[in-house]
Design a protein around this ligand. Structure first.
Ligand code: ZN
Length: 244
């Protein structure tokens, strides 16, 4: 009984001290927590903040967009356990497609490829691997991510995918940071390019609408613990580099 009371009191203390108290778990070092979206199957897309909320460099790290590409989740989980450099804040999203993750599918539960559902360059398309939805931003996950990014206005957004094993430097404003990140990861940087066959990607929208750094990181097919560690360290080094 005493233990329960003590737990309740410490939870209240945390609630009183933390900026976004009700949403913060006492056991977690995260200092803010936002529910970005609720999926069609009722799962929450959550962003948790680590480091200083007023740090000059803020990076949003999205571990998973395609449910069949879970490798980046380990990078985010590793980042959540690390010390964040002074001057850097991280918004960590383990997955922006928890329904797809549960099903092991690229698309969300409505069959939509979230990386073809953003408004910039959106085009209609047929059902299948790259189904873009019946209209731009038709999906709760897409709209939620757009609203979140507009609100927090990050310095950079990193979106993890598999399995091309390359850091994409297609967007000119993101090229220097992408090359730097690739160097820190021991990866190659290349223009994977979405100006041809793909439309309505998240990084296209970020580049065009938020005019900030947006980098697609393609991990390899099977992300080892060592690779996740190295990728997480690379994000933190990029944060320091952006604040230089
Ligand atoms: Zn992908």
């Amino acid at each position: 009984m005493r233990r329960i009371v003590a737990g309740a009191v410490s939870a209240l203390l945390v609630a009183a001290l933390a900026p976004s108290a009700a949403a913060t778990t006492p056991a977690s070092p995260a200092n803010d927590r936002r529910v970005i979206a609720t999926t069609s199957q009722g799962r929450e897309v959550v962003a948790r903040h680590y480091g200083a909320l007023d740090a000059p460099v803020q990076i949003v790290v999205i571990g998973q967009m395609h449910g069949s590409e879970p490798g980046g989740r380990a990078v985010v989980q590793e980042l959540a356990a690390r010390r964040i450099p002074v001057g850097v804040g991280l918004w960590l999203v383990v997955s922006m497609n928890p329904d797809g993750d549960a099903r092991g599918t690229r698309a969300n539960a409505r069959g939509v490829d979230l990386n073809r559902n953003f408004p910039t360059g959106w085009r209609p398309g047929s059902h299948g691997t790259y189904y873009p939805g019946r209209k731009a931003a038709s999906e709760a996950e897409t709209r939620g991510m757009m609203a979140f990014l507009r609100d927090v206005r990050p310095t950079a957004v990193l979106s993890y995918h598999q399995a091309f094993d390359v850091v994409d430097i297609s967007h000119a404003r993101s090229e220097a940071a992408g090359r730097q990140l690739a160097r820190y990861m021991g990866e190659r940087a290349s223009r994977v390019g979405c100006d041809g066959p793909c439309h309505g990607t998240m990084t296209q929208w970020i580049d065009h609408s938020l005019r900030t750094i947006a980098i697609t990181v393609e991990m390899d097919g099977r992300v080892s613990g060592r690779e996740a560690d190295r990728a997480a360290a690379a994000v933190l080094r990029l944060g320091s580099w952006l604040g230089r």
